[in-house]
Design a protein around this ligand. Structure first.
Ligand code: SAM
Length: 377
């Protein structure tokens, strides 16, 4: 099988896979390959925090052009996996110089599928983008084409706790991976002082309590497969539930905007984490750390390009607030606005390159201690 992920998360995904006893775990670019049975496939979908989807490869071939891609699809025994009355959807990615249009790749594979069914069964399965019976994934790396069944369906970041959407929310897989990359020990208090819709807070909560991120998700593509084993799935879910820790981590968020705060509160109240996450409708710049607490801070500040100078000022105030009011803290900041990041003015102790969607971003660590110096830009 293969688990897809974001740039920079391959190593933590390998570790996650080894923890659930996957074997032959091998990382590649934004994807990790591994071996396991059906039980492993269910576990991977439920447990992996940094996986976007779990693919089951079903055919691989060398192809040279769009015509050979069509033939590969036409000759493949799709009827083993679905029938003429099913609906399907194809997602393609391609790397290399020959195949450059992923939409056209999807179209040619679709043509092969429908022509094959029409010829042998007299009618064809339909394409359904929103709720197909079968999700097909096509991956072309130079001349190598792999057809896979996507066992997850919709991407695994859709955990189900985001009831109301706020502005610029982080992808849940990205947020979880960043917390793991930040090496939070889960004992120190966790604070996101610009928490928006609270993605970091929800993910931190699940990490600290060892809650599988998709334990409460209802839809997985494998539930519509012929070999769907409900008893096996229920047993796995039960045994994972038993491993949830009793600990009560301290997880806090601040949010300045009244409107965002209302939605945040709604989402927390309507989740399973309402007794664990506490949020305040306050301005981070007016807050102060409790001098005794050990604190781990993760911040995703506004990064819009339009507000230019204003943004540099905000980043400067983040640096000042951390230095003056948050001593003895490990603080991590993710942003794609490199100009504004310079305005923080603190000495970074670690920088990690990641992508927030298409935006190249930096995830930067600042160790704030008494006497931390502001640096000049
Ligand atoms: C990029 S968004 C964070 C998105 C969040 N990570 C999520 O996944 O939903 C930045 C948030 O910081 C809030 N904010 C900006 N300045 C703030 C301040 N001084 N104190 C508290 N919150 C602030 C904004 O209202 C906005 O909701």
């Amino acid at each position: 099988m293969s688990a897809k992920t974001f740039y920079g998360f391959e190593d933590i995904l390998c570790e996650e896979l080894k923890k659930i006893d996957a074997i032959d775990v091998i990382k590649s670019n934004r994807i990790v390959h591994f071996k396991g049975n059906k039980e492993m496939m269910y576990k991977a979908n439920l447990c992996l925090r940094t996986a976007l989807k779990i693919l089951l490869p079903i055919a691989k071939r060398k192809i040279s052009n769009y015509e050979s891609l069509y033939k590969f699809s036409f000759n493949f025994e799709w009827e083993k996996y679905f029938n003429k009355d099913s609906s399907f959807y194809i997602n393609s990615v391609c790397f290399g110089k020959v195949f450059t249009h992923s939409l056209y790749v999807s179209q040619r594979v679709k043509d092969g599928i429908v022509d094959r069914f029409r010829k042998s069964k007299g009618s064809r399965p339909t394409v359904d983008k929103s709720n197909p019976d079968v999700y097909i994934d096509v991956h072309i790396d130079k001349n190598f084409c792999t057809f896979s069944l996507n066992s997850s369906g919709r991407n695994l970041n859709q955990r189900g706790y985001r009831k109301k959407t706020t502005e610029a929310p982080l992808n849940e897989v990205l947020a979880s991976g960043l917390i793991l990359l930040s090496n939070w020990n889960t004992k120190d208090d966790f604070l996101d002082p610009m928490c928006g819709g609270g993605t970091f807070l929800f993910e931190a909560c699940m990490i600290a309590k060892n809650i599988p991120p998709n334990l409460n998700r209802k839809s997985f593509a494998f539930k519509k497969w012929n070999d769907w084993d409900q008893d096996l799935f229920i047993n796995i879910s039960k045994s994972l539930t038993k491993k949830i820790k009793e600990t009560k981590p301290t997880i806090r968020g601040f949010e300045k905007s009244n409107n965002t705060f209302k939605k945040l509160n709604y989402n927390i109240k309507n989740s399973n984490f309402s007794d664990l996450i506490s949020v305040s409708n306050i301005d981070f710049f007016n807050s102060k750390k409790n001098s005794k607490e050990n604190l781990h801070v993760v911040i995703n500040p506004p990064y819009g390009v339009r507000i230019g100078k204003e943004l540099n000022k905000i980043y400067g105030m983040i640096g000042d607030t951390l230095k003056q009011k948050y001593q003895n803290t490990n603080a991590w900041i993710i942003s794609s606005n490199f100009e504004a990041l310079k305005g923080i003015g603190l000495k970074p102790s670690k920088k990690i390159k990641i992508y927030n969607g298409k935006l190249e971003s930096k995830f930067i660590k600042y160790e704030i201690y008494k006497g931390s110096k502001k640096i000049k830009n």
